[in-house]
Design a protein around this ligand. Structure first.
Ligand code: B4P
Length: 190
């Protein structure tokens, strides 16, 4: 069962690498960021609530994203595995995920953390701002997203390390180089 988590600071390349890996592993990419942006675009109640947090560089409340994941991984395409891109982002989300999986006899096999220094992250996200115009890719919000990451998401590394599931991967380099490093970490797992 291929059950993988991609973690890392904003702009580390989670979404970029998740797409590549999901194509080759033939499992769905489950990105909470993409699901939330779609809800914002569609103007749903959940999207309207989420937008306030996203634009401020804060995390959307745990109860909202845990609900999203619960529904999404229950869909038929997730039956034989999935790659979670950007979830969990807090210890509470990780614990809820473990409980959800346990109830269906599954567990996370590998948590990949993509590591990129802050100055490079800032450059990447400012560049993306020019290309895609995402409302949370401006300098003030990026800095606040990085602070949120350090405060709320970094403790997750200890969480997965203690379970022997964490792999730290250097996210600096061209796309192919980073993909190769991730593939090496994912080799030999069922
Ligand atoms: P996400 O959508 O997860 O956004 P991200 O962290 O900015 O993206 P990512 O790391 O995937 O970067 P990408 O590959 O695009 O979250 C957005 C917001 O949603 C959060 O701030 C939060 O508010 C909310 N949210 C999402 N999940 C949540 C959760 N679980 N709980 C609570 N709130 C949640 O790469 C960035 C850029 O770098 C791209 O332009 C790319 O082209 C470039 N790039 C990638 N790899 C590169 C490389 N090797 N070299 C150079 N450039 C590279």
């Amino acid at each position: 069962m291929k059950t993988i988590i991609f973690m890392g600071p904003p702009g580390a390349g989670k979404g970029t690498q998740a797409k590549i890996l999901c194509d080759s592993l033939q499992i769905p990419q489950v990105s909470t960021g993409d699901i939330l942006r779609e809800a914002v675009k569609n103007g749903t109640q959940m999207g309207l609530e989420a937008k306030r947090y996203m634009d401020a560089g804060d995390l959307v409340p745990d109860s909202v994203v845990i609900g999203i994941i619960k529904d999404r991984i229950a869909e038929p395409d997730c039956k034989s595995g999935f790659l979670l891109d950007g979830f969990p982002r807090t210890v509470q989300q990780a614990e809820a995920l473990d409980d959800l999986l346990k109830s269906t006899g599954k567990e996370i096999k590998k948590a990949i953390n993509l590591e990129v220094p802050d100055n490079e992250l800032l450059q990447r996200l400012l560049k993306r701002a020019e290309i895609e115009g995402r409302s949370d890719d401006n300098e003030a919000t990026i800095k606040s997203r990085l602070e949120t990451y350090n405060k709320k998401t970094l403790p997750l590394l200890d969480y997965y390390s203690a379970k022997g599931k964490l792999s730290r991967v250097n996210g600096v380099g061209n796309l192919e180089q980073v993909t190769k490093l991730i593939e090496k970490e994912l080799a030999n797992f069922g």
